[in-house]
Design a protein around this ligand. Structure first.
Ligand SMILES: O=C(CO)COP(=O)(O)O
Length: 137
């Protein structure tokens, strides 16, 4: 599966810890990330991550473009609900595209745990190879 990993600054440590805890799962998937998040993950793990621009410089939109092209299967985006982001419209657009294409999206650790455990037990099979399939028009 193609998985996007994104975290706002105050949540980056949490995401690095999360990815490290589930390394045995993430290593079998193709990972994408916004610039700084991807750098942090690669520094902390042996994982290869395709990095885009930093979020404020367009990284969220680049990941959104992959969703629109049906090339993304899951988004794990640890948002910081307590800090205003200069690129909030980009964040909203990314979340919206996940809804448009029915892409599983975790915006916090609790939901991410459920998604990753779901993957482990094969609950995401309906998605494989068919991102956004149910929104074909
Ligand atoms: O701002 C972000 C998401 O909106 C994340 O971007 P970075 O990973 O480059 O910090």
């Amino acid at each position: 599966m193609n998985i996007a990993l994104i975290a706002h600054d105050d949540k980056k440590d949490d995401l690095v810890r999360f990815v490290t805890a589930y390394l045995d799962i993430f290593k079998d998937h193709t990972l994408f990330a916004t610039g700084t998040t991807g750098k942090r993950i690669m520094e902390a793990t042996q994982l290869s991550v395709q990095r885009f621009q930093s979020g404020p410089l367009g990284g969220d939109q680049e990941i959104g473009a992959l969703i629109a092209k049906k090339e993304m299967d899951m988004v794990i985006f640890f948002r910081d609900p307590l800090t205003a982001q200069p690129h909030e419209p980009d964040v909203t657009a990314l979340v919206r595209l996940c809804d448009v294409y029915s892409i599983p999206l975790a915006t916090n650790m609790g939901t991410a745990e459920v998604l990753i455990r779901g993957m482990k037990y094969g609950l995401m099979e309906w998605l494989e190879g068919n991102p956004g399939e149910n929104n074909e028009s």
